[in-house]
Design a protein around this ligand. Structure first.
Ligand SMILES: *Cc1c(COP(=O)(O)O)cnc(C)c1O
Length: 421
């Protein structure tokens, strides 16, 4: 397979890296990508990401820069900010955080002092590293308490969260997760935050695309700060952004620069602007609805095939699949799926008896396959491949033959970034 046009010159200049890109383009075409946090950015987003805007230093904000020659990148950042305000209905937007983790770091610095108390979801119930893991800056710089899901329903119990908040008295509450398959009641979180006088941070890194597409309620009116990545369901370049109420706007901006970052990545900021334009199109609403429909179709087929779906189903783009009913650990299931050309990650399930390196579950998401225009009926085929691979986990030749079928199936579908170039 030849390199995509944008990359074809690279094979003359650096064949080693050209081969890496070419192999990755092939992998993205022939595999079924079910990593819940991944997606396929458009050719337009890739073009901006690979543009000369990467050359420019622009510390500061549009109109208030510490470098000369920013007249062009100022336009890009202003467009990105205006489009994001419109898209999310936000008062103030910062499009400079390099990643979701950094968007959260800036949120903590804007609202808190080191040592302050923060309440988030525990990591083994779906929280992110930046929600107070002891190996992450968040757990080192702030005093975190944690809430989890109910052990019966495996869903959030808001009264229980309110009780934990009342006892712990955090200065900030984090909602929004990495591995939670259900709708989040942001209005209820606002109530809980108000009861204890805490700020509310909604980290919608995973579901931002569903929010702007109308497939999940928006946290914007209920939250003091909303952070999100731009490369997950939002389908933009690798990076992040934050939406703040105007009283925290200046604090957030200075928490990003000069507190945490130097120059923004202007190629990425421009690509974010493009992604916001794409997400404002009517087709993106259809995309967001289809992600959820596909997740529900896939989880129903997997359950019918004997796997257990944590919390009994999904309202969003992902599901947690308990693979123990078919006799595997999450680690074994991940390896079997990978051998069959299906990419999903092992994941702890609530109250998992296994360690995070082994786990009892697999996290499966539909944003990427939905970008390839797979439909709910295609999800039955995908579920069949998943079930066959898990059942053939110790049979190398069976997995190789499933991989052939997966590759033939997946290669029929559109690949954003390559087929729109
Ligand atoms: C992915 C994710 C992040 C971090 O994003 P990075 O860009 O990988 O740093 C933060 N919060 C949540 C809930 C996430 O899922």
């Amino acid at each position: 397979m030849a390199l995509s046009p944008a990359m074809s010159n690279l094979s003359k200049i650096d064949p080693d890296i050209a081969r890496v890109v070419e192999n990755e383009e092939r992998r993205l075409r022939e595999n079924i990508v079910l990593i819940a946090s991944e997606n396929y950015a458009s050719a337009a987003v890739l073009a901006a990401t690979g543009s000369v805007l990467t050359n420019k230093y622009a510390e500061g904000y549009p109109g208030r820069r510490y470098y000369a020659g920013t007249e062009n990148v100022d336009v890009a950042e202003s467009i990105a900010i205006d489009r994001a305000k419109e898209l999310f209905g936000a008062e103030h937007v910062n499009v400079q955080p390099h990643s979701g983790s950094q968007a959260n770091m800036a949120a903590y610095f804007a609202a808190l002092k080191p040592g302050d108390r923060v309440l988030g979801m525990s990591l083994d119930h779906g929280g992110h590293l930046t929600h107070g893991s002891p190996v992450n800056f968040s757990g080192k710089l702030f005093e975190f308490g944690h809430y989890g899901v109910d052990s019966e329903s495996e869903q959030l119990d808001y009264d229980a969260v309110a009780r934990v908040a009342g006892e712990f008295k955090p200065k900030l509450i984090v909602c929004g997760y990495t591995a939670y398959p259900r709708t989040i009641d942001f209005a209820r979180f606002r109530q809980i935050a108000d009861e204890v006088g805490a700020f509310l941070l909604a980290d919608i890194a995973h579901i931002a695309g569903l929010v702007v597409g109308g497939a999940h309620p928006s946290p914007v009116e209920h939250s003091d700060i909303v952070t999100t990545t731009t490369h997950k369901t939002l389908r933009g370049p690798r990076g992040a952004m934050a939406l703040t109420k105007s009283d925290l706007a200046r604090k957030y901006d200075s928490a990003v620069f000069p507190n945490m970052q130097g120059g923004p990545m202007m190629h990425s900021v421009a690509a974010k602007a493009i992604a916001f334009k794409e997400a404002a199109q009517p087709e993106f609403k259809d995309y967001a609805q289809s992600i959820v429909q596909n997740a529900q179709a896939l989880s129903a087929s997997l359950a019918a095939g004997g796997l257990r779906i944590v919390s009994g189903g999904t309202d969003n783009h992902l599901m947690l699949v308990d693979v123990r009913p078919l006799g595997l650990t999450g680690k074994e299931a991940e390896a079997a799926l990978h051998a069959a050309g299906i990419v999903a990650n092992k994941n702890t399930i609530p109250n998992d008896p296994e360690s995070p390196f082994v786990t009892s579950g697999v996290r499966i998401g539909t944003p990427a396959v939905t970008s390839r225009k797979m439909s709910a009926s295609d999800m039955e085929t995908v579920a069949g491949f998943i079930l066959d691979s898990i059942k053939a986990a110790d049979n190398e030749s069976a997995l190789a033959s499933i991989k052939d079928s997966v590759s033939k199936f997946a290669s029929q579908f559109y690949v954003p970034g390559l087929d729109d170039a």
